[in-house]
Structures are given as structure tokens and as C-alpha cells.
Design a protein around this ligand. Sequence first.
Ligand code: KG4
Ligand code: ZN
Length: 350
Amino acid sequence: MRILGIETSCDETSAAIVERAGPHDRPELRSLVILSQDVHAVFGGVVPELAARAHLTSIVPVVDKALTDANASFGELTAVAVTHAPGLIGALLAGVSYGKSLAYSLGIPVVAVHHMEGHLFAASLEDPNAEPPFMALLVSGGHTMLIDCPEWGSYELLGGTRDDAAGEAFDKVAKLLGLPYPGGRYVEELAATGDPARFRFKRPMLGGAWKEGQPGYHDVSFSGLKTAVLNAVRGSNDIERDRADIARGFQDALIETLVEKTVRAADERGRSRIVLGGGVACNRTLVAAARDRAASMGATVHSASPRLSTDNAAMIARAGLYRFERGERGELSLNAYATMAIPGLSLPHG
Ligand code: KG4
Ligand code: ZN
């Protein structure tokens, strides 16, 4: 079984080959090519129309390179897995149109993959223990979700953000601190040099009022924290001196909130594994804090390396393999959707 994965939901054009020798073998990542579009940096954010156009010109060479790196040919592919939701619609359409045409011309099936299900599968490509049952925290530029996963394909959404996604909060704070876009990793670097005692921002939705069993117990919110950072920046009379300390205060508050919410949810559901996914899971301080806190309740934390945490086609090929093995096949009428719930996702008690 050899799956070509294609990911074009935002500003990365990516292709990857995942293989499974037999039903009892572990899926293996054979190649992964990620082309990040740098055209957006000057705008301080992704420009959807430019992203779609860049995918159109990059997709063919990116797929060719993924095949070459895997030492495979088109004729050896079993199926094409492509992200069809959620994301920027023009960007998604570039990948979906290409994926469908390729599958049709090769006479093989196309399989539709939900981008966030891809993030759930990413860590399992590197870590044999990143398998259900687990509690997952997905933290990316567009999403923040706490998902209980008793088995692949069955997901319960326990909580999420009420406003900004975690990555979005990092990016906005980076902008306030004069750092480049996307700013998560620059905030992390700067925070590492900051004094944790100078700016202690309130931990959002953590304190006494948010009791177990009450609505919002598993939710997070970052808009208040962002405003606190804005006020600290405006109130500073020496921003060069304060930047690192503010970054540290922000990151400490955000990480403590995410880790606490995740560990509480894992404990409540009796999960001894926690999977972290999405671009913000590249943050080593977050992963280390989650490991420390989870260890206190006997749980382990599983996260992918940075290249599999941010958007990539390896996770799409892996999730596509799972969907393909379940017998799922996309029609030639397969469409792209800007928003869509993860297949198999339910709300608590729903
Ligand atoms: O999953 P991803 O690549 O794309 C989306 O699906 O959104 O996530 C991108 C996000 C950006 O907001 C970026 O700033 C953030 O991940 N990010 C980080 C780090 N590396 C990437 N945030 C915090 N710390 C990092 N080291
Ligand atoms: Zn993503």
C-alpha cells in the first residue's frame, strides 16, 4: 500500500509518500517535501489569492520530488490522499483539483482528508505510542481543540478556543513585539531570555470560577491575554528592555493554561497518553511543560518533530491511509470546503 499525500490548505505546498507493507506493519514515511511560500511575509499574514496561485505553480514539482525521494513511480501508487477541508478555499481547490486529476489519470482512488485529522495522526508516524486511546491538544494558527480519542475515527470535542487560536495569539503578540510573521517561534526564542517574574499575566479561564462540570471548563480564551500584552507594550517606557520579559510573561500564561486544561481533561477521561499536534506543538517549552505536568499524574506526552507538527503532507498521507483502509473513496465530484467538522467528531454527551 503506497499513498501519495497532498496538502495545500494554507501557505505550504506539500507532498509525501507513506507506505504500509502489510496490514500488521507500521506505516512508514518514505518521503516528505514541504515548500513554504515566502511571498506572504512582507504582508504580515497569508494572502489567500497569492497562496492559491503559488500552489498551482509548485504542486507538480513538489509531487515529482516526493516520488523521486521515495524512489517510487506514479504507477506504484495505490491512492492519492488530499486535504479537502478546512482551509483557504482557493488554496484547497488547487490541491483537490490536482489530486483528483492525478488519481483519475492513474486509474486509482482519491481519498479526502480533513486537515485536523491529519494533525491528529502526525505524531504516530514517528512514535509508536502516539496511538489511541489518548487526549489530544491540537494547537495551530487557525484551531485550538481539546479532543478525546478512544480510537482512530472517533473523536469527542471537549473544548476549544472562544476567540483566537493559540497560534494566532502567538502571531499577534509577535507583531506587537515587532517580530516577523509567523511569529510563534520568534516569541519562543525571545521568551527564553526573558525574566518570568516581571510580567505575570492572568491565566485565562483557569481560576476558581471555572469548575469541573460547568460549561467552559475545557475551553480557553486568549483575547484578554492579548489585551494584557498590548497594555504592557503601551505602558512600557523602554520596550527594548521589556520585550523579552513581556514575551516570557505571555508564553508562560498561555502554556500554563493549555497544559492545565489538557492534563485535567486527560485525567477526567482516564487517558494516560496525551498527543500534541499543530504548529504550536513545535514549541519546545510547551512540550516540556506538558511532559512535566503529565508525569505528575502518570501520563505520557507524544508530539511530532517540528516538520511533522506544522502543515505537511505526511500527516495527510497517514490519515488518508487510515480512511482508505476503511474503504473510503472520494468521488470525482469531490469538493473543497473552507470549514467542516472532523469526520467522526461528536460534542460531549452529543
Ligand atoms: O499547523 P500550522 O503549521 O498551520 C495551521 O494549520 O495553522 O500552525 C502554524 C502556527 C503559527 O501560528 C505559528 O506561529 C505557530 O504555529 N508556531 C509556533 C511555533 N512554531 C510555529 N508557535 C509557538 N511556538 C513555536 N515554536
Ligand atoms: Zn495545520
